[in-house]
Design a protein. Structure first.
Length: 645
């Protein structure tokens, strides 16, 4: 066999026989490296110690002390999990698997019922047993054709093999179980100690919703128990803060792929929060000079052809409905053309500008099924939308006004963890955008100047602009650590041109207005998801779906009084319930706390005779006796002032 040259991390080179294995390279360097090696990197790619090398390459031996060894642990865990699944269910098929920063996953397909979350413990036990047996994994290079025959019973594996360019594929065998791919497994299986199986969820084969739904098993593995425990703790905290967990525990909303993926159902309590938010923002906008309107969710497709959405945004749109006789209707993905129609309905004079049209506009976007997440990313959403039509020389002033509105609103919701992003077009990909270099340069410059002028910190991001113009986005983080846009202000010179919008200027001539698209609190869906996570479900009184829970000590003696108190509070617009169930008082108090209700009021003999209430605030250990009217006044004041508690 011919020779190849291997280059080591220190730059030194060595001639070796082609076909040498990384394990042999490690052994040739020294005994301790031979023992501690777990994998190698060949030209930066992680490979198994038994994977022969046939070409000149850069090589790095990975030991159990290197961070890259985590990947080997996770690959090994996937392999063992697959092996025990195959033992348990000989008919099971496997889709893709992946190791990533979060851990690993393995897609499975079982003919009858899918693998369930209750089984994870059993699967882990089986993995432990298998590890204790110190099994030998056989590793070899196999001809693509031979491998294809071996996996032919599994349609997914067959497709994965077929997708390989190489003729020779690394294969790993344990008894009858066979797996393959460019990856590294631990040389000694017994060293896999710190791993955990975490959860299961549906996932489409290769991420396409037209493909079969497989069952994805999630897990993770680490180099030390300390790392594993820290990760499990972090996961528990995230889960507790995840709006999907809070939404379920407080019964606020649900999304069920069986009734429609990405289509949210707002339960009464979630709907109450939404209604409060909607009323709040409408009032705030009306006070800021916006005119609120209602426009249809359906529109003639031609409008989206004119607006450019059909050319630039089609992927995210639901397919048009062919109504016959040439009529095509489209579910709107944005409200802009609707508000343009409102603007066009009358002739406008320069004296009316800026004209601010706003709506809580429902829209539909066909988001990829893999991207859907609770209320954060949905397919039907209601945007706190607004379009301001301004003269050129009003842009900067209006931009600042919108920004000020945002800052005021954030203050009321106690939002203070966000950053400003100036979103520009991607200079290397200009065909994705409205074609007018001068417009882009000018409007990007304008936004930047206004931000500098207001002394606000921001960062710049190329490629994040809308197709019709640059934006200022306000970025926040979800509990899962994803960055999401909460608010946005967008400049648009294009749509006024396309829709031939005009106003009559001081000179009596027609002029083009500029449009500013803006969303202050995003969609109701994303915003309320954000609030759930930010408040960890403990909404301040003004937003809480139930603001106070009254608990009579005895229904026969105290219920009347409780009802009168409820009536009085309800008349003032407060949301008050009575827990008159036949349960122990302490149980009811505990439950009111679990439901994160701001005030729990206990009514007993003393309260009735002294016109007092015994009040326990959410999160506090003790109750305090308060005069009824003073208590009610303080709650009303909290609501009015958007108080943070
Ligand atoms: P993203 O980048 O998050 O997809 P976008 O830039 O396409 O958003 P816009 O067209 O500016 O969003 O929409 C206005 C606002 O609507 C966004 O700032 C975002 O907060 C919210 N939003 C967008 N898509 C969704 C969705 N699928 N579900 C819930 N809210 C959404
Ligand atoms: Zn718009």
């Amino acid at each position: 066999m011919s020779n190849i040259s291997l280059e080591f991390p220190d730059g030194s080179k060595q001639e070796v026989a082609a076909g040498i294995k990384p394990a042999e390279v490690a052994a040739s360097i020294g005994n301790s490296l031979k023992k501690s090696a777990v994998a190698a990197k060949i030209n930066g790619f992680l490979v198994d110690l038994q994977r022969p090398i046939f070409q000149d390459a850069k090589i790095e031996i990975i030991t159990s002390k290197d961070a890259a060894a985590v990947e080997v642990m996770r690959e090994t865990a996937i392999f063992l999990l697959s092996a025990v699944l195959k033992q348990k269910y000989p008919e099971i098929n496997f889709g893709e698997h992946q190791v990533n920063d979060e851990g690993f996953y393995l897609d499975t397909d079982k003919a009858d019922a899918q693998v369930s979350v209750d089984e994870l413990e059993d699967l882990k036990d089986r993995m432990q047993k298998l590890i204790a047996e110190k099994p030998e994994i056989e590793r070899q290079m196999m001809d693509k054709k031979e491998l294809a025959e071996k996996v032919q019973a599994d349609p997914y594996k067959s497709a994965l093999v077929a997708a390989y360019d190489n003729v020779q594929i690394p294969v790993f065998k344990l008894g009858d179980f066979i797996d393959f791919g460019e990856k590294a497994l631990l040389p000694e299986i017994k060293n896999l100690k710190y791993y955990q199986l975490l959860s299961v969820a549906g996932a489409y084969w290769q991420g396409k919703s037209s493909n079969p739904m497989l069952q994805r098993i999630y897990g993770t593995a680490f180099l030390s128990d300390e790392d594993l425990q820290a990760d499990l703790k972090r996961r528990a905290e995230i889960k507790e803060r995840d709006h999907r967990t809070i939404g379920r525990e407080l019964d606020l909303f649900f999304v069920d792929p069986k009734v429609g993926a990405g289509l949210a159902y707002w339960m009464p309590k979630g709907a109450t929060i939404r209604r409060v938010v909607e009323r709040y923002i409408i009032d705030k906008e009306v006070a800021a000079g916006y005119q609120h309107v209602y426009t249809p969710v359906l529109m003639n497709l031609d409008a989206y052809k004119t607006s450019g959405h059909w050319d630039h945004y089609r992927e995210d749109m639901f397919p048009p409905m062919d109504m016959g006789e040439g009529e095509m209707l489209e579910l709107r993905p944005m409200n802009c053309p609707s508000h343009i129609e409102i603007y066009k309905h009358h002739i406008h004079s320069y004296r009316e500008l800026p004209i601010r049209i706003a709506e809580l506009g429902m829209m539909h976007r066909y988001e990829k099924s893999g991207a859907l997440s609770g209320l954060q990313r949905v397919r039907e959403m209601t945007l706190n939308d607004g379009h301001t039509f301004v003269a050129l020389d009003q842009i900067e002033d209006e931009f600042k006004k919108v920004l000020q509105l945002m800052l005021d609103v954030y203050h009321d919701f106690a939002i203070d963890n966000y950053s400003f992003r100036l979103s520009y077009r991607d200079p290397a990909n200009t065909e994705k955008y409205f074609d007018d270099d001068e417009m882009w340069n000018r409007s990007q410059g304008m936004l930047k100047a206004a931000m500098d002028d207001m002394g606000l910190d921001y960062y710049e991001a190329e490629g994040e602009a809308a197709f019709y113009g640059p934006k200022l986005d306000v970025q926040t983080q979800t509990a899962l650590g994803n960055e999401e846009t909460l608010s946005t202000i967008q400049l648009d010179f294009m749509q006024p041109e396309r829709f031939k919008l005009t106003y009559v200027g001081e000179d009596g001539q027609e002029h083009r207005p500029v449009m500013i698209h803006r969303g202050v609190i995003s969609t109701m869906e994303r915003f309320i998801a954000y609030l759930m996570e930010m408040y960890k479900g403990a909404f301040p009184t003004w937003l809480a779906p139930i603001q106070a829970m009254i608990i009579p000590v005895r229904n026969d003696l105290h219920l009347d009084y409780a009802q009168k108190l409820q009536d009085d509070m309800r008349k003032l617009g407060l949301r008050v319930e009575i827990d008159s169930r036949n349960e122990k008082m302490n149980y009811k108090i505990r439950e009111a706390q679990t439901q994160k209700i701001p005030y729990t009021i206990v009514i007993g003999d003393r309260e009735v005779s002294d016109a007092k209430v015994s009040v326990r605030k959410y999160g506090e250990q003790n109750s305090a006796e308060e005069d009824i009217s003073m208590f009610i006044d303080s709650v009303v004041a909290d609501v009015k002032n958007y108080s943070r508690t």
